[in-house]
Structures are given as C-alpha cells and as structure tokens.
Ligand binder design. Structure first.
Ligand code: UDX
Ligand code: ADP
Length: 454
C-alpha cells in the first residue's frame, strides 16, 4: 500500500483527497492541517466547507483509507507522496505587497518536510504558486542534512468551488509537470497512476515543471479576462441601450469564442482569480515585462471598476444619497453554491455602501457566518437568514450572489414590505426584470438600461 499525505485540509486539499481516496482504495490517504478545529470538523458530518456531493464521498472513504490528522511531523515520515495544498494568499506586507504570493506557509511546509523525512518522497505542488517555486522547493528539500531523495512535481488544481466534486470526478485535464530526468519522469508517472484510476489517459497531460506552474496562472487569467471583457461591454450597454445578455449570446455563438464565462455581473471573486492575476503581474514585472504586466493588471482594474460602478448607479438612481437608507443585500458568497466569501464582490459593495452611510441588511443561504466575520468591525450591518426580513422596510435591494432561491422569492410580497419607490439592482441578471417592473420595482439590471414602472 502506498501512503499519500496531503498537507492543508482546505477547499483544495479536502475534496481532492476525498476523491482520490474514493477511487484508489489501495492507497492510504491522510490529510493533515495545523488548524485542529478544521480537522475535527472533517471527522464529523458537519464538514468545514460546503460543497455539493462532498459529504457522500468523504463518508465512503473516511476510516477506510481516508484519515484526517493534526500531527504534521508524524505524518511526513511514512508518506511516499506528499501533496502540498497550504494557502498562498497575496502578500499584505513588504516587497510585492498586494501582488506577490505570500509564501510563508508554503516555505514552512517545505522545511518541515525536509526535517521529518527519512525515506524517498515525491512532493507535489497542489497550491497555486508563482512560476519557478518548485526550484525553491527543491533547494530547501535538498539542503536537508539527510540524503533523502526528493522529486518535486507540479499538479495544479483546476476545480471550481460549488462544483468541486464534479470537476474532480470528470476533469477536462489533469496536468502534471516534472523534470525530464529519469527520477523526475518516474515521479510524474507515479502521480499519473493515481489519476488513471478514473481519468481517461488522453486527459492526463504531462509537461515540464515551469509550464505546469504557468498553465494554472494562465488558465485563471484567461477566465478572469473574459469576465472583465464582458463587464467592460456591460458598462457600454448600460449607456447605449444594448443588452449585454444579447451581446454575450451573439458573441458566444461564435465557436471560436464559445459561450462560457461571458456572464456580466458585479465582478469576479473567489480565492483564485485576483490572486493569480496579481501573481502573474508581479512575475512579469520581475522579468522586466512591464507591457505584459500592465495588460494583466487591467483585468483586475476592470473588475474593481465594475463593483464601484454598480454603487455609483445606486447612488445616482436613489436621488444622489444613500445616507440613512436601508439596503437589503441578497447574497454574500462570491458565487452561488458555496459558503466561501474570499474576495467576494459583495464585501466591496457593502463597504462602499457603508461609506455612503447606508444601513445594510445582509442575507445569504450559506455564507452568513463568513459575512459576519468579514464585516465584524463594520457599523450599521444586520444579518439575517430570512430574505423577507432583510427587505422589510428597505429602500433598495441589491442582488449580489445569484443563488437560485432568490429567483423563487415572492416579489409581490417583497415589494409590499419595502419602502417606496422600491429600487432593485440585479447584480447577477438573475431575475425577470420585466415582471419586476410590472410589480412596481424600479429595476436596474447589469448591462442594460433600467426598467422603470409605467
Ligand atoms: C476558479 C477557476 O474556475 C478554477 O478552475 C480554479 O481552480 C479556481 O478559480 P472558482 O473561483 O471556484 O474557480 O469559481 P468560478 O466558477 O471560476 O467563478 C469565479 C468568479 O467569476 C465568481 O465570482 C463568479 O461569479 C464569476 N463569474 C464567472 C462571472 O462573473 N461571470 C462568468 O461568466 C463566470
Ligand atoms: P485552498 O483554497 O488553497 O485550499 P484554504 O485556506 O482553504 O486554501 O486551505 C489551506 C489550509 O492549509 C488551511 O486549512 C491552513 O490551516 C492549512 N495550512 C497552512 N499552513 C500549514 C502548515 N504549515 N501545515 C499544515 N497545514 C497548513
């Protein structure tokens, strides 16, 4: 039996290891984390992250060949393959603050692996890391006093939150990057063997280490760039009378372009897009490629603009003042289907509204605990599970996360309980705007002119 260890039991490590354990019963898979509370939750049916289908997979493998532990040192020695999926947030201090990746957790882990290893190991980079991090990882591992053989492999994760299990079960591709040396290629094969249990051979792609690292950043930059592109067009639609949904449909039917990731909204969020693009920007700058850096930076700038723009639209529509007005914020997660609020557009929008002295009533089906933490120091915020309570007496409603349950609300009842005129800003273009205007709302879609009641 081979021993797989995963360091970091978060959004990436947890679901990925659960699916590997499910499909590879002959491997022993152990997941460790320094956060004891998280590990304790992984051992219960109240998992630390919400992900559709995850609990079923965990239940199938947990206790059989999937284990959650807190002793990182003890777990390293017997492992043959170590996946590293600790967090690599954007640096908040010093050189590269706001752009470069904060590698302190990652480096600590590399040193820990070096210190606790007594037998050969394949070390797999699962966290998204700046290009050529594997080089630093190798330097740290090989500087250890012992003669242990380490092979570093890059195996970036492409799963999206909310569909993590489906993405892991049926990935478009599995990317494995390694050195062209004999032992590097053996390590790549050892990782490919894991995925071969359920992923068709033609979807397993092997590259050199740096290509693998850069592909992850590039994939996320391309996806985010499509969103910023359609959001740039959405602003033009709002002024010109075009409808961004019609434009996106027409553009997306061109097979060379394709229909995905053309949904205009309040901007992208989540743990990856912003972080990875800023990482790319920092890398480009380090190599003196300022034009390439400026190009990618603009994707982030456009995203920030989209969030500011909807707040400006609100101020303009509501007679140039939000002071003292109650605004219901429907949805706080960075997208539907998750409790995650990392870099959620809703937080930025809430802060901008609070700067205008508005009062907020925030609701979300899954992310309310995180919302409370994110806005712990903010004044004038109420939190409620019940959207009908949030809209009670509100001057405006803004839809910031497109949860399907918000499309199913009784909008006549919502309208009746709000202050009038009732403003509705649909940041997700989820709702039936004509029907809402019929009810009496003053409706402001994204990327289309407002619909005002007759
Ligand atoms: C993303 C990548 O999709 C995934 O491959 C990578 O491994 C991690 O980063 P994730 O952040 O979980 O995944 O969510 P994703 O579905 O990509 O959405 C990101 C953001 O873009 C969300 O805020 C979403 O609302 C927004 N989005 C997405 C749009 O605004 N418009 C779209 O058309 C699609
Ligand atoms: P991701 O979305 O990349 O999975 P998360 O923040 O959800 O990011 O998960 C990363 C996990 O890594 C966290 O649970 C954190 O406690 C854990 N972690 C960070 N540093 C270490 C470390 N040195 N040893 C073990 N776990 C770590």
């Amino acid at each position: 039996m081979e021993n797989i260890l995963c360091i970091g039991a978060g959004y990436v490590g947890g679901p990925t290891m659960a699916v590997i354990a499910k499909h590879c019963p002959e491997y022993r898979v152990e997941v460790v984390d320094i956060n004891a509370e998280r590990i304790a939750a992984w051992r219960t049916d109240d998992l630390p992250i919400y992900e559709p289908g995850l609990l079923e997979v965990v239940r199938e493998a947990r206790g059989r060949n999937l284990f959650f532990e807190t002793d990182v040192d003890a777990a390293i020695a017997p492992a043959d393959i170590i996946f590293v999926s600790v967090n690599t947030p954007t640096k908040t201090f010093g050189e590269g603050a706001g752009q470069a990746a904060d590698l302190q957790y990652w480096e600590r882990t590399a040193r820990q692996i070096a210190r606790c290893s007594t037998s050969p190991k394949i070390v797999v980079e699962k966290s998204t890391l700046p290009v050529r991090t594997a080089e630093a990882m190798e330097a740290i591992l090989h500087s250890a006093a012992s003669e242990v053989q380490f092979d570093v492999v890059s195996n970036p994760e492409f799963l999206a939150e909310g569909t993590a299990i489906a993405d892991l079960e049926n990935p478009d591709r599995v990317l494995i990057g390694g050195h062209p040396t004999a032992s590097g290629q053996r390590a790549v094969e050892a990782i490919a063997d894991i995925y071969r249990h359920w992923v068709p051979e033609e979807r397993i792609l092997t590259t050199n280490l740096w290509s693998s690292e850069l592909s992850k950043l590039t994939a996320n930059a391309f996806l985010a760039q499509r969103i910023s592109s359609i959001n740039a067009v959405s602003a033009l639609c709002e002024c010109s009378g075009a409808d961004v949904r019609e434009v996106a449909r027409a553009v997306g039917m061109d097979r060379r372009i394709g229909p995905n990731f053309l949904r205009a909204g309040v901007g992208f969020g989540g743990s990856c897009f912003r972080k990875d693009i800023l990482n790319l920007v920092y890398l480009c700058r380090q190599y003196g490629l300022s034009e390439a850096a400026d190009y990618w930076q603009q994707v982030v700038n456009m995203n920030d603009y989209r969030k500011r723009r909807i707040v400006r639209t609100m101020i303009g529509a509501m007679y140039n003042t939000l002071a003292g007005k109650r605004i219901a914020v429907l949805g706080f997660a960075f997208k539907p289907g998750t409790s995650d609020t990392r870099d959620t557009p809703a937080l930025t929008i809430c802060k901008l509204l609070l700067d205008e002295n508005a009062t907020l009533a925030i609701t979300d089906p899954r992310a309310l605990d995180n919302a409370r933490k994110d806005l712990a120091d903010a004044p004038r915020c109420e939190f409620t599970d019940d959207p009908y309570e949030a809209v009670q007496g509100a001057h405006a409603l803004i839809l910031t996360t497109g949860w399907p349950e918000y499309a199913a609300l009784d909008y006549r009842r919502v309208h009746e309980s709000m202050a009038h005129p009732a403003f509705l800003f649909d940041g997700c273009n989820l709702l039936d705007h004509a029907a809402l205007a019929e009810i009496g709302f003053r409706v402001y879609p994204i990327g289309a002119p407002p619909l005002l009641p007759a």
